[in-house]
Ligand binder design. Structure first.
Ligand code: NAD
Length: 415
């Protein structure tokens, strides 16, 4: 059965509202996106034939700043998935306390079936379709699943050609030599580590932990490197096709370069091949879902043996699974906190572009670490005060900040 991520996101919202004193008008606003745009993107294929692709941008909330969120290219992407991701972005930007609202975009496509030229025409086509609702002060897209810095670079270039805005501030996650920020590539994985490290003692995880990571793209791959670099043992990794396990720890760099050379993990030497299901159920200290939504559900939550789940993917756990894991004492560091490193550094990129500055990687990562340590502490303390889990606490803190931004205009605007 397919699980609708929007239903999950809305259920999380309602559950959080029950434990916190959440403003009813804020809650009502959060249930609806401010604007949704669907575009039909015409692309001339290499064969000369024209194909139309379906694209989206959901602009969920501009209460705290310009809409902000990634663009996903995936065959299963649909409007409800994008709506859920956009709602999570609004909450995530509020949790990080950055001056951004929330949005998300996507195209229903399997990019692996396109040539590079087709991919570029499709990426530029998405911008042409949406240009009236984009801009540095309106909506600032970024990378997500299957959208690389190169793709974002094409998009930023298309936007500059169409509008004459050369600031680069309309898109983040650009290649560094095209106005991107130092540290953006590693930001989500790195931010996940900073969050984990800030909360590690709260969840009683040792300084050298066993870690399993599902997904090894931008987020999972970088997280694996960072955890290993900080003395943890990555004992399992997977991609969409298969996984590998070694109880003594994998050599992360060797795994990533093998995957790059061969396109998969098949036949990686000296390890046990495992399925994605097996990876999720390994007895580890830390389980990191870093792929897609709905990986931990009512059907496997009882079999999870991790001590803590660090959600670097968006929406990997359903609310039914949340309850099962909570009753079993398994802590979840929720996506809207754990993976906020990407949007935090994206916001640094936007700021650098607007001011015409270029910050060093050291400065970027120090600012990221300070932000996440501060916000992780706030959320953990709130969870303790409300006697609830970190997800509900993060939602409550986010909703309070959104209410505050609405200020006294809330009642007027809600009418
Ligand atoms: P990516 O395209 O770079 O990588 C995705 C990875 O997931 C690939 O390794 C792919 O093989 C794997 N995968 C896909 N389906 C899978 C499955 N069913 N089982 C196991 N692995 C599977 O994407 P990414 O940017 O790394 O994003 C991963 C997750 O992190 C997504 O949920 C995304 O929304 C979230 N996220 C990304 C960012 C960012 O900055 N890129 C920021 C915050 C959150």
């Amino acid at each position: 059965m397919t699980i609708n991520p929007l239903k999950n996101a809305l259920a999380q919202l309602e559950r959080a509202a029950k434990v916190g004193n959440v403003n009813a008008e804020t809650l009502l606003r959060m249930r609806h996106a401010e604007r949704e745009v669907h575009v039909a993107i015409p692309v001339k294929m290499d064969t000369g034939k024209l194909r139309i692709f379906e694209g989206y941008r959901v602009q969920h909330s501009s209460v705290r700043g310009p809409y902000k969120g990634g663009i996903r290219f995936h065959p299963d992407t649909n409007i409800d998935e994008v709506r859920a991701l956009a709602l999570w972005m609004t909450l995530k930007c509020a949790v990080a306390d950055i001056p951004m609202g929330g949005g998300k975009g996507g195209i229903t496509v399997d990019p692996k079936t396109l040539s590079k030229g087709e991919l570029e025409r499709l990426s530029r086509g998405w911008v042409r379709g949406l240009v009236p609702v984009l801009g540095p002060k309106i909506d600032v897209p970024a990378p997500d699943v299957n959208t690389t810095p190169e793709i974002i670079g094409w998009m930023a270039d298309e936007y500059a050609k169409l509008t004459g805005d050369e600031s680069g501030a309309g898109f983040t996650g650009k290649p560094v030599d095209k106005g991107g920020s130092e540290g953006r590539g590693v930001a989500t994985g790195m931010g996940g580590f900073y969050t984990f490290d800030a909360l590690r003692k709260d969840v009683s995880i040792p300084a050298s932990a066993n870690v399993a990571i599902q997904g090894m793209g931008n987020v999972g791959g970088n997280a694996a490197k960072v955890f290993q670099d900080h003395g943890h043992r990555v004992i399992a990794m997977s991609d969409s096709r298969s996984g590998i396990y070694c109880k003594d720890g994998l050599d992360v760099s060797a795994v990533l370069s093998y995957k790059e050379r061969n396109g998969s993990l098949k036949d990686f030497p000296g390890v046990e091949q495992i399925s994605n299901e097996q990876l999720l159920e390994l007895p580890v200290d830390v389980l990191i879902p870093a792929a897609l939504e709905n990986q931990i559900t009512a059907s496997n939550a009882a079999k999870i043996k991790a001590r803590v789940i660090l959600e670097l993917a968006n929406g990997p756990t359903t609310t039914e699974a949340d309850d099962i894991l909570f009753s079993r004492g398994i802590a979840i560091v929720p996506d809207i906190l754990a993976n906020s490193g990407g949007v935090i550094v994206s916001t640094f990129e936007w700021e650098q572009n607007l001011k015409g500055e270029h910050w060093s990687e050291k400065d970027v990562l120090e600012k990221l670490q300070t932000t996440l340590e501060t916000q992780s502490r706030i959320i953990a303390d709130r969870a303790a005060a409300l006697k609830t889990d970190l997800r509900r606490a993060a939602f409550v803190v986010a909703l309070e900040r959104i209410t505050q931004a609405l200020g006294s205009s809330a009642s007027v605007r809600a009418e």
